[in-house]
Structures are given as structure tokens and as C-alpha cells.
Design a protein around this ligand. Structure first.
Ligand code: AMP
Length: 329
């Protein structure tokens, strides 16, 4: 039987955080082994923040190097750059005609941007529609994401259902896949909020490029609470619960087991062991990451191979869509 199709993407808007690593990257290798996978570097999505061009270029290579250092086999997986497959931009326009203005403006991430910023460009409103196109172009069965993207995958399903209803059965309806624990890693200084790339410079975010010293310093400063018992209780002890989640996910154990492990420990011990675990994980990742990053020629070859494979499938889907719409090909 053919394997089911998985689709996932990360934006090259900055260096990946430990949250993004746990939420999605950590499990990517096993996802690519179990599914026919399309792994995307979403550089068109990155444009919504008007990044510096040289930085966008650097971050694109960095993300590719990261994907490779996770051990993804590029023979069996389609690893590609979104902008190199123009069908994504085409699909974005098509699907915007099947998306209601009201449902796009109701997206939490969009509303958060609106609340925070005076300048809200159309790309931010369009973001989930571009994402829906990404997913639907590959006849995707499952979309592994962190919890922050769940609502966008739901919108994608609604757009596809609406398209099929109006134009006849055309698009496959995907399901979201969210890990059981670690789907929302929080910031270390504000443990009720998602750990985010935009907090660069803040001690609350760990980046996958951080050094041992930086990691230890940030974990040492992580906000806990005035109690002294190590216990998982997101509501009353968000900081400690976040540290337990990080420890559990990186050691591939359940949070309950992590809680048991630390039941007689103080916060100092918890922090030391969490920091050591992160250092161990990231040091071994960084070794491969910097090696890939230093070989631009190889990275360009990988992108070209990915573009060719992705485009075959994307073209097939977009032709099917165009023909349903009455667009002459
Ligand atoms: P982004 O870097 O925003 O493109 O996100 C890449 C992936 O990582 C998406 O699937 C997000 O849902 C996931 N992700 C980002 N931040 C976190 C976090 N703090 N905790 C868990 N998952 C996250």
C-alpha cells in the first residue's frame, strides 16, 4: 500500500527556537520515515515581515542545513523551497476566491498582529490561504504542526471543503497532527506565552544556534514560582511545567515520568538537568548543522532536486484545479 502523505513547513524568518525544534523538528525524521513527506522552507511566508534580503537568504540556507542535520533522507523525502515552485503563488490566488473575508480576519494569529502593530500588510491576512495552498497542492493526508497552527489547518480544511462543494471533488481534505506533549513550548521569562523567534535577544527564548554558555544562562534565569516542589501544573506552575515538558520531550519520555524523576529535587537540580539535556541535544545537532551550512554548493543541489520533485506533484494538482475552474491550459 502507498504511504500516506505528510506536509510540513517552517518559515526562514530567523533561527529556529527550541519551541519549534520540539514542536515539529524533533519528530520530522520519523515522520519522513513513515509518510511520503513534503518538507518545505516557507520563504514566501517569511515575506510578511519584510525581512532584510540578505538575512532571508542566510536564514533560508540555515533552515535547509537544519532539516538535513535532523537526518532527513532527501531521496525519499521532497525537501524544497516554496518560492521555487510557482504553483504555490498560483494556488494562493485561486483559493483566496474560496475564502471568506470574515473567516480570514477571524484567525487568532492575524488578530494578534493587528492588536500589536499599526501596520498590517495584506500578506498577514493572506498567510493562512497561502498555507492552505501549500498543503492542498500535495494531496496531503496529515499536517504535523505545533498548536499555534491548528486553526490555520482547520481553515485549510474549510477552504478545501468549500472548493469541492462548489467545483466538484478535487482537493484532498487533510488532518492536523499535533504531538501529545510539547505542542506549545513557552518562553522562559513568560511561561504562559509561546516561545517565539520574534523574541530575539530576549533571555526567554533558546535558539538552536545557542552556545552551551547561553543555554545554561537562560535556563538559570527561567521564571519558576515561590514554591519549591517540582510538579506538573500548567495553571499554577507554568514555568516549572514548561521545564518539565522540555526535559520530557528531549529525553523521549512522558511528562509523568519526568515528574517522577524530579519528585525529590529542588528547582536548582531541575534547571541543571534541563540545561544539560538541551546542551546535549543541540551540541550534537549543531555539529552537523554547521558542516552542512559551510557547503552551499551541496545545499543548492538539494534545493534543485527538491524543486524538481515538488513541481511534478504541484503541477498535477494545479492542472486538476484549473480544469475544474474552466481555465484553459
Ligand atoms: P515557524 O517557525 O513559526 O514557521 O513554526 C514552525 C513550526 O514550529 C510550526 O509547526 C509551529 O507550530 C511550531 N512551533 C513554533 N513555535 C513553537 C513552540 N513554541 N512550541 C511548539 N511548537 C512551535
Amino acid at each position: 500500500m502507498d504511504k500516506k502523505i505528510a506536509y510540513t513547513a517552517i518559515k526562514p524568518t530567523g533561527v529556529l527556537t527550541l519551541g519549534g525544534y520540539i514542536g515539529i523538528a524533533q519528530n520530522l525524521k520519523s515522520i519522513t520515515e513513515n509518510y511520503n513527506s513534503y518538507i518545505c522552507i516557507a520563504d514566501l511566508h517569511a515575506l510578511t515581515i519584510n525581512p532584510d534580503p540578505q538575512e532571508l537568504k542566510n536564514n533560508t540556507y540555515k533552515l535547509l542545513a537544519l532539516y538535513l542535520s535532523l537526518g532527513i533522507d532527501t531521496e525519499n523525502t521532497t525537501l524544497y523551497l516554496q518560492s521555487q515552485v510557482h504553483e504555490h503563488a498560483e494556488m494562493n490566488w485561486i483559493l483566496s476566491n474560496f475564502t471568506m473575508y470574515g473567516e480570514a480576519t477571524r484567525m487568532t494569529q492575524f488578530k494578534d498582529y493587528q492588536a500589536k502593530s499599526k501596520e498590517v500588510n495584506m500578506g498577514l491576512l493572506n498567510y493562512p490561504i497561502l498555507m492552505a495552498g501549500d498543503i492542498l497542492l500535495y494531496d496531503t493526508d496529515i499536517v504535523p504542526v505545533g498548536i499555534d497552527q491548528k486553526q490555520h489547518v482547520e481553515l485549510c480544511r474549510n477552504i478545501a471543503i468549500r472548493f469541492n462543494h462548489k467545483m466538484g471533488e478535487t482537493l484532498k481534505i487533510p488532518d492536523v497532527m499535533i504531538r501529545k506533549e510539547g505542542y506549545k513550548i513557552c518562553g522562559l521569562s513568560e511561561p504562559t506565552k509561546k516561545m517565539s523567534k520574534s523574541d530575539r535577544g530576549d533571555t526567554g527564548t533558546i535558539f538552536i544556534e545557542d552556545t552551551e554558555e547561553e543555554i545554561k544562562k537562560k535556563i538559570k534565569r527561567a521564571v519558576t514560582d515561590s514554591e519549591s516542589t517540582v510538579r506538573y501544573d500548567v495553571e499554577n506552575k507554568p514555568g516549572v511545567s514548561n521545564l518539565l515538558t522540555i526535559y520530557a520531550c528531549l529525553n523521549n519520555i512522558e511528562i509523568k515520568q519526568a515528574e517522577e524523576h524530579f519528585k525529590n529535587s529542588n528547582y536548582g537540580t531541575l534547571k541543571t538537568e534541563v540545561a544539560d539535556t538541551i546542551v546535549k541535544t543541540l551540541t550534537s545537532l549543531q555539529e552537523k548543522y554547521y558542516k552542512y551550512l559551510s557547503n552551499k554548493e551541496y545545499l543548492d543541489e538539494i534545493l534543485e532536486k527538491g524543486r524538481q520533485k515538488a513541481q511534478i506533484k504541484a503541477r498535477e494538482t494545479i492542472n486538476r484545479v484549473y480544469s475544474k475552474l474552466g481555465i484553459i491550459r
